[in-house]
Design a protein around this ligand. Structure first.
Ligand code: E4P
Ligand code: PEP
Ligand code: MN
Length: 450
């Protein structure tokens, strides 16, 4: 039986249009945007509301220390890179990290990609100047093209449709990989792709061998190991471009309530979390589990006000705070925030984004981060939660499954000159495959202590 929605709830989904929406493009043609939105509204949802509910329950477990969230993927997905190889390598990297964490810390790991929709980017500046020429900044493939020409940088609403279709094909392949046998724990060895002379890959190989042995033992004892053949894998992106999120929001026939069916989990970014702004209003009205990025200027009162808006009744798993303070600040700034929220009593899932507080630009102009700073912020996050008796619930990482050279350091010791070798990101630098595995091994130690 389907439940009819309350018309006031449906009308409320457009309240954001009367509010200030930060970081939106200046579309040249409002009529065309409306046409594209109407078309998007007729296309099938990308995810099912019941999947978002299942994720909410898992995030609630993470808030209690009974699971751990691993959320990772590109800073900015691109249409051109939505190839089978790229998607497979990214999924495989996340699965490998999850195996390391699950095995090392004996904790269920919630696997979530910054994938199948991570196409809109907030920028520090509206414009970019090169050699005296100023053009609109690149705001992600869903809005404009990265090429530095006037035509390419002009926002094009048709890109919303391409983002939808590219997200659909990405999600289709993710679902095929994770349910069709590729992600089976019976194949952990096959995910390893580096030379095992490399320490991170050699350690992974050891774990894979132990898992193999354990599975053969269980099977020999008569246990049903079929459940190990598939995994749940969730899709997430920043809920930034409201002209995209609104038409993909659908009324769930089971409950009559709205869900944003562009992804399972949406987060509000550091630049768009204004309490009276359009984004907080919009995401307060959908039922998905929601994240908010919290940077170093966040006060305890801001955090409480965000809870009042986004999770007034304290539904477990509904609200995730993704803190991104910077390695040098996390130990000073995070405790007051966590204490204030803990005293409130409503649950949140605390997740660490060790990427966005640690950006630097090299003299040669590369936007990068140091692997050591990333690890230091993660360590600080765990230390703070341990000292307060609260729960470090997960990690939010910009990564790729390929051997790019975008982040300094790690076992390969990528240095400033080395960045030029394979620097491919269009916005922020990502951990490469090996650095991602190294991070997972180090996090196991932190989780064991926690
Ligand atoms: O991904 C995060 C932001 O979009 C990004 O860090 C902003 O980068 P910018 O300062 O180059 O605009
Ligand atoms: C824009 C991002 O982060 P933040 O909102 O934390 O700056 C991001 O996650 O790419
Ligand atoms: Mn980023």
């Amino acid at each position: 039986m389907s439940v009819e929605p309350d018309p006031r709830v449906v009308a409320g989904l457009d309240a954001w249009e009367q509010l200030q929406a930060a970081q939106q493009p200046s579309w040249p043609d409002a009529v065309e945007v409306r046409r594209v939105r109407d078309r998007l509204a007729t296309l099938p949802p990308l995810v099912f509301a019941g999947e978002a509910d299942a994720l909410r329950a898992q995030l609630a477990a993470a808030s209690r220390g009974e699971a751990f969230l691993l959320q990772g993927g590109d800073c900015a997905e691109t249409f051109a890179e939505a190839t089978a190889d790229n998607i497979r390598n990214k999924v495989k990297t996340i699965l490998q990290m999850a195996v390391v964490l699950t095995y090392g810390a004996s904790l269920p790991v919630i696997k979530m990609g910054r994938m199948a929709g991570q196409y809109a980017k907030p920028r520090s500046s509206d414009a970019e100047t090169r050699d005296g020429v100023t053009l609109p900044a690149f705001r992600g493939d869903i809005i404009n093209d990265h090429a530095f020409t006037e035509q390419a940088r002009t926002p094009d609403p048709q890109r919303l449709l391409e983002a939808y279709h590219t997200s659909a094909s990405t999600l289709n392949l993710i679902r095929a990989f994770t349910t069709g046998g590729f992600a089976s724990l019976l194949r952990v060895h096959e995910w390893n792709r580096g030379f095992t002379a490399n320490p991170a890959y050699a350690r992974y190989e050891e774990i894979a061998a132990e898992i193999d042995r354990a599975i053969r033992f269980m099977a020999a004892c008569g246990a049903d190991v079929d459940a190990l053949r598939t995994v749940d894998f969730f899709a997430s992106h920043e809920g930034l471009l409201l002209d995209y999120e609104r038409p993909l929001t659908r009324i769930d026939s089971r409950t009559g309530l709205p869900y944003d069916c562009s992804g399972h989990f949406l987060w509000v970014g550091e630049r768009t979390r204004q309490l009276d702004g359009a984004h907080v209003d919009y995401f307060s009205r959908v039922q998905n589990p929601i994240g908010v990025k919290l940077g170093p200027t966040t006060s305890g009162d801001d955090a409480i006000a965000l809870m009042d808006r986004l999770n007034p009744t304290g539904t477990p798993g509904r609200l995730t705070f993704i803190t991104r303070m910077g390695a040098g600040k996390v130990r000073d700034l995070l405790p007051a925030l966590v204490e204030k929220v803990t005293a409130d009593g409503r649950p949140v899932t605390w997740v660490c984004d060790p990427m966005h507080g640690n950006g630097i630009t090299t003299p040669s102009g590369y936007k990068t981060r140091r692997f050591s700073d990333v690890m230091d912020e993660v360590a600080g996050f765990f230390e703070v939660h341990r000292s307060l008796g609260t729960v470090p619930g997960g990690l939010h990482i910009e990564l790729t499954g390929d051997d790019v050279t975008e982040v300094l350091g790690g076992g390969e010791e990528i240095d400033e000159a080395g960045l030029a070798r394979r620097y491919e990101t269009l916005v922020d630098p990502r951990l490469n495959h090996q650095q991602s595995l190294e991070l997972a091994f180090q996090v196991v130690e932190l989780l064991r202590r926690a």
